[in-house]
Design a protein around this ligand. Structure first.
Ligand SMILES: O=C(O)CCC(=O)C(=O)O
Ligand SMILES: [Fe+2]
Length: 437
């Protein structure tokens, strides 16, 4: 499986950090003329300044500078969503990086954007002040009708009456047509975004090293200086080299109100489970090719005191899988086989808002076939920017629409490709999250 080490050894001849492994991505740095290097250092300073300006964002006010999305609500099912997606201008694309302003990294254009951001900030400040968070502390599971069919819940945790985590299954929560539409939207978006290699991020140096070792890359020593400054990501050229040695699942996202299907889906989920629409985040479609699974994990953060965490998860399989790909809850001895339209819903947190370790689960490796799921997470306590597309961090510097791969929690390790960027890879953000600063 090993990547030819020769190419990677070549990588170690890059200029040292501060000269070559800058936040500018490394693509043109080594071998480029001095002017280019000077420009990259200047860009580096500029990006650091931008990162400092973004600190308030990391302090939890990124809802304040949200761009108002220009949504098209003229669709009423997934098939139509697909149509809209095709005809949408790049500025109002449903699925993915809808707002191209975020991807424009020209300083001149950034200057131009400032006045409108200020206006937005004011509007968002009043939104924050008026905001009334809602609490979700239980599931209210019910039979519903979908496309004239009765869809009845089955409790999978019946043998665990004292379990604080309950898992329910619904056969046919999404119709065949809806599943096909979602698969199509995901595939097309993937094809578009996958045209560029992703930038790879690891949650720590040890995760990075262990992934290299697992990929059969033994004679390359890496250190924190291999991360683009201020981030846990390696630069674009190193990512490209490493990309062929790693494997991952693929996730694309869309946000509430970005298509009429999101309203149909969240209303249906509300009727079936009692999970309030306003407590839901983005909708995430994930696909797994053969040999790919996903680490054991909890959807909420264990030991977290912030109640703005994922109270419950709904997961719907969009296609049958020939073999493998089950969702497994090892603590409860439950394994669910992917079946088109089948949904499972469970609470990750208890009624008091604590993350329950018994909710740990994993996606077993797909042995034969191709697995597709859609998931939505519902939060214990809602917050004003929940379910809204956040502005993307400017670090690491990257091409417009360049995807990312996150490899984290090595102990249960697996990597996942994303079509959008959040702040998880920023070192300041991580420090704040873990209370280190
Ligand atoms: O694919 C699955 O079965 C589970 C995925 C999952 O748990 C997740 O993405 O959080
Ligand atoms: Fe999960």
């Amino acid at each position: 499986m090993g990547k030819p080490t020769k190419r990677l050894n070549k990588r170690t001849q890059r200029p040292v950090r501060g000269e070559g492994t800058s936040a500018v991505g490394g693509r043109n740095v080594s071998g480029a003329g001095q002017a280019k290097v000077r420009r990259s250092i200047a860009d580096n300073k500029f990006l650091r300044a931008v990162a400092i300006l973004f600190l308030p964002v990391l302090l939890g006010v990124f809802g304040l500078i949200m761009y108002p999305p220009s949504f098209d609500l003229s669709t009423n099912n997934v098939t139509n969503t697909t149509k809209i997606n095709k005809s949408a201008s790049k500025e109002s694309i449903i699925h993915g990086h809808g707002d191209k302003r975020r991807n424009d990294r020209s300083t001149k254009d950034k200057e131009k954007q400032r006045p409108s951001q200020t206006t937005n900030n004011k509007a968002k400040t009043s939104e924050m002040e008026d905001f009334k968070p809602t609490i979700l502390d239980s599931l209210a599971i019910q039979e519903i009708i979908v496309d004239e069919n009765i869809v009845s819940p089955v409790e999978l945790t019946k043998d665990h009456p004292s379990s604080p985590v309950k898992i329910y299954m619904f056969e046919g929560l999404l119709t065949e047509r809806e599943c096909a539409g979602l698969r199509r939207v995901h595939q097309r978006h993937l094809t578009e975004t996958n045209a560029q290699h992703p930038i790879i991020c690891f949650d720590s140096l040890s995760t990075f090293r262990r992934h290299l070792r697992d990929a059969g890359i033994k004679d390359v020593s890496v250190s924190t200086s291999d991360f683009t400054q201020g981030t846990t990501c390696i630069n674009s050229s190193f990512s490209e080299e490493l990309g062929s040695s790693l494997t991952w699942s693929h996730s694309t996202s869309f946000y509430p109100a970005e298509s009429k299907f999101s309203t149909i889906f969240e209303d249906r989920v509300f009727k079936a489970t009692g999970l309030k629409q306003s407590n839901g985040g983005k909708f995430q479609i994930t696909s797994y090719l053969e040999g790919i699974g996903y680490k054991t994990h909890t959807d909420c953060t264990l030991g977290n005191h912030d109640k703005r965490d994922r109270y419950a998860t709904i997961l719907v399989y969009l296609q049958d899988v020939e073999e493998g790909g089950e969702t497994k809850f090892p603590e409860l001895g439950i394994s669910v086989t992917p079946r088109k339209g089948r949904a499972i819903v469970w609470n990750n947190m208890n009624g008091g808002g604590e993350c329950e370790p018994i909710s740990i689960h994993e996606a077993a490796q797909v042995k034969t076939g191709h697995k597709f799921i859609i998931q939505r997470w519902y939060y214990y306590k809602s917050f004003s920017y929940l379910g809204k597309r956040a502005p993307e961090p400017d670090l690491p510097a990257r091409a417009s629409d360049q995807p990312r791969v996150s490899c984290d929690e090595y102990e249960h390790g697996s990597c996942r490709w994303y079509d959008e960027w959040n702040n998880d890879h920023l070192t300041e953000y991580r420090a704040l999250q873990s209370g280190l600063s």
